[in-house]
Design a protein around this ligand. Structure first.
Ligand code: DX5
Ligand code: ZN
Length: 219
């Protein structure tokens, strides 16, 4: 049984005090720090770049899980790897025909490699490349902002992927990102997801540590 890990998204943190937010997440028992990079082209909003990852690196020993919601991720991945990212996830929609090449490039940087599919993208489109990535990120909301409602049909995508991986003797992580709450987390885990991203649920919680534990399925 894979260990369930929680990766709070700093998209919902106070951007004027990001270092403290990351230290608070580590104290509250987070397993990874999910860094939502938005470039204003792949998605309308702009959040931050590799300089933010570099600035946060000394504030935590937790893995930095960088979600590139950017165009031309093959041009951008190296800066994030150098900045201290442990995982760099690229969007299949941004890579197109260059997906396999981009996944190999990310791995060549010495970091774990993730591929993400937006809600409208069939997960079957990336399964042929399953040996090229360490994590599949199934977006459960349309990329671009936090605080949205989880799109139910995306659970089936995670289930399909997990069945495919098990059938082929592969065991990448499956991460789900967007609209995950304490109420739906059990169904998210039940769909074969083992890394849960949560932004607004964690930063909106009265008891951050308790919420993180409950998202993991504890107490
Ligand atoms: C969307 C972002 C959000 C964020 C999580 O582009 O990727 O999904 O990580 O946001 P919440 O947990 O607030 O839905
Ligand atoms: Zn994300």
């Amino acid at each position: 049984m894979r260990k369930i890990r929680v990766a709070p998204s700093i998209l919902s943190a106070d951007f004027a005090a990001m270092g403290e937010a990351v230290e608070r997440l580590e104290r509250a028992g987070a397993d990874l720090i999910h860094c939502d990079v938005m470039d204003g082209s792949f998605v309308p909003m702009i959040t931050f770049g590799s300089y933010m990852v570099e600035a946060l690196r000394p504030h935590t020993r937790l893995p930095l899980d960088v979600h590139l919601m950017t165009v031309t991720p093959w041009e951008k991945a190296e800066a994030f790897a150098r900045a201290g990212a442990d995982i760099v996830t690229v969007h299949a929609e941004a890579c197109g025909e260059r997906l396999k090449e981009t996944l190999r490039l990310v791995r060549s940087l010495g970091v774990r490699c993730g591929v993400s599919v937006s809600p409208h993208t069939p997960v079957e489109s990336v399964l042929p490349f399953a040996e090229e990535f360490d994590m599949l990120l199934v977006m459960s909301v349309v990329p671009g902002k936090g605080g949205q409602k989880l799109i139910e049909s995306t659970l089936g995508k995670a289930e399909l992927a997990r069945e495919f991986f098990e059938k082929h003797g592969l065991s990448p992580d499956i991460e789900m990102d967007g609209g995950v709450t304490e109420e739906n987390a059990a169904r998210v885990r039940g769909a074969g997801v083992n890394v849960i991203v949560a932004g607004s649920t964690v930063f909106g919680a009265a008891d951050m540590a308790g919420t993180i534990a409950r998202l993991r399925g504890e107490n």
